[in-house]
Design a protein around this ligand. Structure first.
Ligand code: HEC
Length: 217
């Protein structure tokens, strides 16, 4: 009888397929649990205790968020600092902050921000990436966008812009007026602030070295 090569043996391929499928399934299950633990949202107590969570709890809006270079990881990471007023308050409860974020999230879906912008990797690149837009220096105390809106805080400046983007044109593309109300704008800004506090492994790349993501800077 002629010796059959292992490569043409059906059983060899069947067994390989079974092992590879089995191994891949176990790996995927393990990765799913590992990821779920990593992205589970923190809470107010974590923030009070200074426990770093990849996705901080909603009350992160009561704190100052900065973006600092982490030499070991080779990219910027959000750093949660001292208390900071957000629309005049720094004592939002977990429920209040959660309700604001919920309002913002619904608003972002209703007005389809992703049609033009990218949020956490999803969306379009017609307009600036919004993942870290809260940290865009253009909205800070010395930023061109804050000056343009005539407001004295970052949150008020962004909220004003969101309600009347066509009144603050830069030389870049213009954001259309989407009929966003003052209440919706407040929720959207809370949503943007919370999103900026999420540790996204440096995504989007090079944001920290940009000269203000918006062209008004
Ligand atoms: C039809 C496209 C479009 C839609 C939809 C849209 N935007 Fe914009 N947005 C733009 C453009 C274009 C700019 C840049 C404006 C400029 O540079 O003058 C912009 C700028 C911004 C900025 C400033 C970005 C930065 O990095 O400083 C924010 C914040 C923003 N948009 C939020 C939103 C939110 C929140 C929504 C959804 C509720 C939304 N946008 C929906 C087009 C859009």
């Amino acid at each position: 009888m002629a010796k059959k090569s292992v490569w043409s043996d059906n059983r060899f391929w069947q067994r390989s397929a079974t092992w590879v499928t089995g191994f891949a399934s176990i790996l995927l299950i393990w990765l799913t649990f590992d990821t779920s633990a990593q992205i589970a949202m923190g809470n107010d107590q974590d923030l009070k205790d200074g426990v770093t969570k990849r996705v901080p709890g909603p009350t992160v809006i009561n704190y100052k968020i900065t973006y600092e270079m982490d030499a070991k990881r080779g990219h910027e990471v959000p750093v949660i600092g001292e208390k900071e007023k957000f629309f005049g308050r720094d004592d939002y409860s977990e429920e209040e902050a959660g309700a604001l974020l919920h309002l913002g999230k619904l608003g972002s879906q209703a007005k389809n921000c992703m049609d033009c912008h990218t949020l956490l990797g999803n969306g379009a690149y017609y307009a600036p990436d919004l993942t870290k837009s809260w940290l865009d220096p253009a909205w800070g105390p010395d930023g061109a966008m804050q000056a343009l809106t005539g407001k004295n805080t970052k949150e008020e400046a962004i909220a004003e812009f969101l309600q009347h983007p066509d009144q603050y044109p830069t030389h870049a593309r213009m954001m259309p007026d989407l009929g966003i109300t003052a209440e919706e704008a407040k929720g959207l800004v809370a949503f943007l602030k919370h999103m900026s506090s999420i540790d996204t492994n440096g995504f989007p790349r090079n944001f920290g070295r940009m000269q203000g993501a918006v062209n008004g800077k």
